[in-house]
Design a binder for this molecule. Structure first.
Ligand code: BEZ
Ligand code: FE
Length: 250
């Protein structure tokens, strides 16, 4: 009988774990401790954080369904679905603390032709590195989250604040494991975006800023320098511009 994909992957996973156990002479009490650690992380509300921090970037890199266009990035644990469309691209409140940032984007296909009607679903950390809904109520519920749409020339615009570099939550089980491994918990500053259009593969990516010190040592090993764009200034006003390239559905 031909094995299913689940059976094949599970068999290989078990073989890989077997090899690691032999290599490190893993004891039975360490095996129990590992199970307890994963349960504890889940009970502490870190199910998504634990897996997204250590494993999601590997899957983004291995996924063969996305072969052209803008590089994909991890979704991470801080996405909220069903956020509303925002008016005139104004993502940040007038009194939102931080440096105002104008975002100019253009959506293209792989032939460099503009794509209109693309839904662009943005979320970001604030200027103190906090994500609304995941910050114990420190910021308003849907703060710095919202959708815009590309126009007939593929262009879209956002008025926001520059997100801060931030540490992924580092006082719980995920952070302790990271520390144990000698890794720091910092992520470079970024904007998250999901681009959706019925004729194109959905793109989940992040926009970084050139020169960010954590681009090369991202805690979640996701950041990619081809997604780092320069911050430009006109007087005090900061702007960033980039293209998003979508792959047509096959
Ligand atoms: C994030 O960028 O929001 C993120 C991604 C993976 C783990 C933790 C946070
Ligand atoms: Fe993030």
């Amino acid at each position: 009988m031909e094995k299913t994909r689940v059976a094949n992957i599970t068999s290989d996973l078990i073989d890989a774990v077997h090899e690691i156990c032999i290599k490190h002479a893993v004891t039975h009490s360490e095996y129990r401790a590992a199970i307890n650690f994963i349960s504890h992380a889940i009970d502490s509300g870190e199910r998504s954080l634990l897996f997204d921090a250590f494993l999601e970037a590997n899957v983004v890199a291995s996924d063969p369904t996305k072969i052209s266009g803008t590089t994909s990035q991890v979704l991470g644990p801080f996405y909220l679905p069903d956020m509303p469309f925002i008016k005139d691209g104004v993502l940040a409140r007038k009194n939102e603390p931080g440096e105002r940032l104008r975002v100019f984007g253009k959506v293209l296909n792989t032939k460099s032709e503009p794509i209109g009607g693309v839904e662009l679903d943005f979320w970001q950390a604030d200027a103190q590195g906090r994500y609304s809904h995941f910050d114990g109520g420190a910021t308003p519920e849907e703060n710095l989250r919202g959708k815009v749409e590309s126009n007939g020339t593929g262009d879209f615009f956002l008025e926001t604040v520059k997100p801060a570099q931030y540490t992924i939550p580092d006082s719980g089980p995920t952070g302790l494991l990271l520390k144990e491994m000698g890794r720091h918990p910092w992520r470079p500053a970024h904007l998250h975006v999901i681009a959706r259009h019925p004729d194109y593969s959905t793109l989940t990516t992040q926009i970084y800023f050139e020169g960010d010190e954590y681009l090369e040592s991202d805690a979640v090993r996701a950041a990619s320098t081809d997604l780092a764009f320069p911050l430009t200034y006109e007087g005090e006003q900061a702007s960033v511009s980039f293209n998003l390239v979508l792959q047509a559905c096959r």
